[in-house]
Design a protein around this ligand. Structure first.
Ligand SMILES: N[C@@H](CCC(=O)N[C@@H](CS)C(=O)NCC(=O)O)C(=O)O
Length: 67
């Protein structure tokens, strides 16, 4: 899985902590990005961080990703 994130985002930090606490961190590649990034907007048209690409879908909103 790929997590589009920023080190300054508290929402991304929540997700990053969750991956570590649940032992899933080694399955998640963290990709530092910006709101304007075309790569992010292809996956999340809202341009919000964090977004998690998993298989062929992308989840966004930190609460959903953590669930
Ligand atoms: N409800 C969202 C909020 C995410 C959010 O607002 N992230 C900020 C960064 S901390 C963002 O992407 N801002 C860019 C924008 O609003 O255009 C979540 O929990 O993931």
């Amino acid at each position: 899985m790929k997590l589009y994130m920023s080190h300054t985002s508290p929402f991304a930090r929540k997700v990053r902590m969750t991956t570590r606490l649940t032992g899933l961190a080694d399955q998640v590649e963290e990709i530092c990005t910006t709101f304007e990034s075309a790569e992010l907007r292809e996956r999340n048209p809202l341009g919000k961080i964090p977004a998690l690409e998993a298989s062929d879908i992308t989840l966004f909103d930190s609460a959903l990703i953590c669930e």
